[in-house]
Ligand binder design. Structure first.
Ligand SMILES: Cc1cc2nc3c(=O)[nH]c(=O)nc-3n(C[C@H](O)[C@H](O)[C@H](O)COP(=O)(O)O)c2cc1C
Length: 172
């Protein structure tokens, strides 16, 4: 698929059929995460694949995952993340966002639908998945086959800011 076609095809899908995601497609999605760039190549992340009733139920206690058949819990590793010496900033939120973006776009490439979920209760996820202190849940990528109407491509014109509002050259 041409790259911009893929970018325009993706949308936040909030209604799913029961159809399971093929394991070969999931493997490609996870490979897209594995090869993603991270700060200093430290790869400070863990992905928990939730594809059964028990783990999807645990996620559902913390977030709306729209009854999808598959969701990936992306955790940042605070102990392995790159640390910027000048201000102490840790890279795990940036690294995991790149990883999640890679997986989301590969999901579109595989003909799947997705929605990125950050509106979750972190304490519940930490407890339900027995996460150690160094692992922080940062993103949930919900995946499956959407049902319902696809949003119109006109949203990129109507519901996105104009370029001039977002970008400036050589000064603010
Ligand atoms: C970092 C991030 C967090 C998001 N969190 C949620 C969420 O918790 N629940 C949800 O339904 N959608 C969530 N979304 C989806 C956005 O609302 C959606 O991508 C945005 O409104 C643009 O719509 P589109 O993806 O259909 O183009 C999130 C998206 C991003 C990138």
């Amino acid at each position: 698929m041409e790259f911009y076609d893929l970018l325009r095809k993706r949308y936040a899908a909030r209604q799913y059929t029961d159809k399971k995601v093929e394991s070969s497609k999931l493997a490609e999605i996870l490979e897209a995460a594995r090869i993603a760039p991270t700060a200093k190549n430290l790869q400070p992340f863990k992905i928990i694949v939730c594809d059964n009733d028990e783990s999807l139920g645990k996620l559902s206690k913390a977030a709306n995952i729209y009854k999808a058949p598959l969701a990936l819990l992306v955790c940042g590793d605070m102990e392995k993340a790159w640390h910027r010496e000048w201000d102490g900033k840790l890279s795990q939120d940036i690294d995991t966002a790149i990883i999640t973006t890679h997986m989301m776009l590969e999901a579109t490439n595989q003909g799947l639908d997705s929605v990125w979920v950050c509106n979750f209760k972190p304490d519940i996820l930490k407890e339900e998945f027995s996460l150690p202190d160094n692992l922080v849940p940062v993103h949930i990528l919900v995946l499956g086959y959407a049902q319902g109407e696809r949003p119109s491509l006109s949203r990129f014109k109507e519901r996105r800011k104009a370029m001039a509002e977002l970008v400036s050259y050589n000064r603010l």
